[in-house]
Write a protein that binds this ligand. Structure first.
Ligand SMILES: Nc1ncnc2c1ncn2[C@@H]1O[C@H](COP(=O)(O)OP(=O)(O)OP(=O)(O)O)[C@@H](O)[C@H]1O
Length: 257
C-alpha cells in the first residue's frame, strides 16, 4: 500500500539524551497503525517530530508525497495531517459546541479568516461551520452534550471531543496521542468503535500511540515497536506480542504485552 506518511532517519536529542535516533516509520494509507514501546522509548518525541511540534536534529517527514519536515503544525494540518491535543485550560470553560466551532480557526491558523471576507460571507462561513459541528457531534456521540462545558466532561468524553475537533477540518491522517489514557472501560469501547468507524466509513488513516494493549490489539494493524529511541520491529499485534525481542524490551515494565 502507498504510505500516506513516511518518516526516515528521524533523530532528536535533549542535552545528552538521544530521545529518538535514526527512527524510520511508514504509515500505509487507510491503516490504523499502532506505535508502542516501553516508557521512555521515544514515542512522544517521535509524535512531536511527526506533527511538527518540535524540530528534528535530522531526518525527513513526507506526507502524501510532500516533504513537510520544515512546516509548522498548522501548515501540516492544512495539508490534511492533524494530531489531537489535550484540551487546554481556557477551552475547558467553553461548551462542546463552542470547542468544535473554534477548532478550524485554531488548527488552520489565523489566515483561515481572510481579511477580505465581507460580513455576509463570514456569516455564511459560520453557518457552514455550525452545520459541520452538528454533524460531527452526531458522529462523535456528543450531541446530547453540546451545551456542556468541556471542563465538566468525563475523561473519556474529553477524548471524544479531542477526536471530534480533528473532524472539523478535512484531514486524511489523524495522529492520536494516548486516546485511552484516563478513559473508563465503558467509554473505551465507544472510543475504539468511533476510531474504527472513522477509518472504515470516513476513510481516515490513524497513527496511534497507546499503552492500553487491548485497544492496540482491537484496532491496530500493523503495530510498530520502538525501544531506546529507535525501531525494533513491526507487524500484526499477535505476531509482535510473541516476539522475544519485544518481550525483552518490555521486561521490567508494568505494561503487559
Ligand atoms: N523535553 C525533554 N527534555 C529532556 N529529555 C526529554 C524531553 N522529552 C523527552 N525526553 C527524554 O527522551 C526520552 C524519550 O522520552 P519520550 O517521552 O519520547 O518517551 P515515550 O516512549 O513517549 O515514554 P512514555 O511511554 O513514558 O510516555 C526519555 O529518556 C525522556 O526522559
Amino acid at each position: 500500500m502507498t504510505p500516506i506518511l513516511h518518516a526516515t532517519g528521524m533523530s532528536r536529542s535533549f542535552g545528552g539524551v538521544h530521545a529518538v535516533r535514526d527512527m524510520s516509520l511508514e504509515v500505509a494509507k487507510g491503516s490504523i497503525t499502532g506505535l508502542i514501546g516501553p516508557n521512555g522509548a521515544g514515542k512522544s518525541t517521535l509524535f512531536n517530530l511527526l506533527s511538527g511540534v518540535i524540530k528534528p536534529d535530522g531526518g525527513t517527514v513526507v506526507f502524501n508525497g510532500r516533504d513537510v519536515t520544515s512546516l509548522a503544525p498548522w501548515k501540516r494540518a492544512r495539508l490534511g495531517m492533524i494530531r489531537t491535543f489535550q484540551l487546554a485550560r481556557e477551552f475547558q470553560r467553553m461548551t462542546v459546541l463552542e470547542n468544535l466551532m473554534l477548532a478550524p480557526q485554531l488548527q488552520l491558523g489565523e489566515t483561515f479568516w481572510p481579511n477580505f471576507l465581507t460580513p455576509g460571507k463570514v456569516r455564511q462561513q459560520e453557518a457552514e461551520i455550525y452545520e459541520k459541528a452538528c454533524e460531527v457531534m452526531e458522529i462523535a456521540l456528543l450531541a446530547k452534550l453540546r451545551d456542556t462545558y468541556a471542563g465538566d466532561l468525563s475523561g473519556g468524553q474529553k477524548k471524544l471531543l479531542e477526536l471530534a475537533r480533528t473532524l472539523m477540518i478535512d484531514c486524511d491522517l489523524i495522529l492520536l496521542d494516548e486516546p485511552g489514557a484516563g478513559v473508563n472501560p465503558a467509554l473505551m469501547q465507544t472510543l475504539t468503535d468511533m476510531i474504527r468507524r472513522l477509518n472504515r466509513d470516513h476513510g481516515k488513516t490513524f497513527l496511534v500511540v497507546e499503552h492500553d494493549m487491548d485497544m492496540i490489539a482491537q484496532l491496530c494493524d500493523p503495530v510498530v515497536v520502538m525501544t531506546q529511541g529507535g525501531y525494533l520491529t513491526s507487524g500484526p499485534f499477535e505476531e509482535i506480542r510473541q516476539n522475544p525481542a519485544v518481550i525483552e524490551a518490555y521486561l521490567g515494565e508494568t505494561a503487559d504485552v
